[in-house]
Structures are given as C-alpha cells and as structure tokens.
Ligand binder design. Sequence first.
Ligand code: HEM
Length: 220
Amino acid sequence: MEKIAKKKLFTALIVIICFIFFVFYSYLRNIHFRGLDFIVYANFTINQAFTATSVLSIFISYNLSTLSKYENKLAKKYISYKRYFGLSGFYFIILHIFFGFRIISQEVLPQFFLEDSIISSLGKIIIILGIFAFLLFLFPAISSMLEFRKKLKHNKWLILQRIGYLGFFIALIHASLIGYQEWLTPEKWWGSLPPISLICVILILFTLILRLSALIIKSK
Ligand code: HEM
C-alpha cells in the first residue's frame, strides 16, 4: 500500500513539474513574445499547458508499455507507472475540455469562426473530433480504475486500453486542424518557440508509430 502511495506521489510530482514547465512555455510564447493581453488570454494560455501535460502524460504511459515490449530496461523498470500517468493524462484532458469550451470565442480563436461570429464548419469539426476523442479515452480511463479492473478479464481490459490509441489518433487530427497553418512558417514562431499543437502532434505521432511498428514486428 505504501509502495502504491509512493508511486502516485512520484507520478504527481513529475506531472506537476511538466505542467509548470508548459505554463511557463505558453506564457513566454503567447504573452511575452506574442504580446497577447494576459487578461483576455489567461484561460487560453493555461489551457495550452493543460493540453500539453495531458498529451505528455499519455505519451509516457503508452510508450512505457510499448518500449517494455521491446525489452527496454528503463521502460520495464517503470512499467507499473503506466496506469498513474495514463490516469493523470485523462484528468488533464478533463481540465482541457472545461477550459476549451470557455475559450471558444471569436476574439480568442478566430480560426473557429466566420466573420459574423458564427462558428464555421471547421470549428464544428474540430469540436466534434475533440468530443469523440474524449469519449474514446473514457474506455481506457474507466477500465484503469481499480474497481473495474478487478472485474474485467485481461483480454477485455487490453481491448479497452487500446481504444485510447484511437482517441490519440482523433486528437492528432483535432490538434492538426487547429495548428497546421502555423507549423509551416517557423520564421513566424513567437520567440522561435514551436507551437504547442506541433509539440503535441509530434508526441502523438511518435506513440502511434512506435506502437504500430511493435505490432508489425510481433506479427512477423
Ligand atoms: C469536448 C472535447 C474538446 C474540446 C471542446 C476541445 C477544445 C479545444 C480547443 C478550443 C483547442 C484550441 C486551443 C488553442 O488553440 O490553444 C484545442 C486544442 C487542442 N486539443 Fe482539444 N478539445 C477537446 C478534446 C480534446 C482531447 C480529448 C484531446 C486529447 C488529448 C485534445 C487535444 C488537443 C490538442 C493536442 C490541442 C492543440 C494544442 C493547443 O493548441 O492547445 N482535445 N482543443
């Protein structure tokens, strides 16, 4: 029991450090270098930190699992942390959604709107993809909670866990539609700092490609 508490504490510490880093990163990029008004863009700035922390936590969780299949020593040593990082990522997704809905306005996210304050088709698609990704993440998150885990057969539990990869894939499209235009103009990146959407997409792509290659190697 004491061991579990220590693992949870260690995970929480890492996740909080990541969150503080991303708050600082997002503040530097959006407020300091880009010059956005902090009063108007406070939720936007903090939301980017929630998003990046959620993606990084899920990235750690899934890659611990895949790399341990590759017999990676470090991943095997920390594989028991998979569940805690995964759940932390899910809690940060909930924060992202809560703040995400609050920042959807013409002033903060003009790319979601037509000129007359009506939400555009692209804006609607982005939001629907976000909701869909969240629904898919519910499967691994709920099945990771102890009461459910005990009741499930291992095979069923594995299938539910893997639905999260599909959620990650949908989140990749969600984030790409939001940020892709900015990615192609590095000379315009504020403070030469890459957009958080690009960082998230790279983390997600790495996770999905590593997982796919593990599957291909296994099937040979
Ligand atoms: C109801 C569901 C969701 C809503 C309403 C929503 C809303 C938003 C909004 C408004 C943005 C733009 C913020 C910005 O430009 O900084 C955004 C970005 C993003 N969202 Fe979501 N989202 C949802 C679900 C998800 C889920 C489940 C994930 C999975 C981790 C996710 C990952 C991302 C990523 C990676 C970005 C780009 C990074 C960023 O710019 O903050 N979203 N989302």
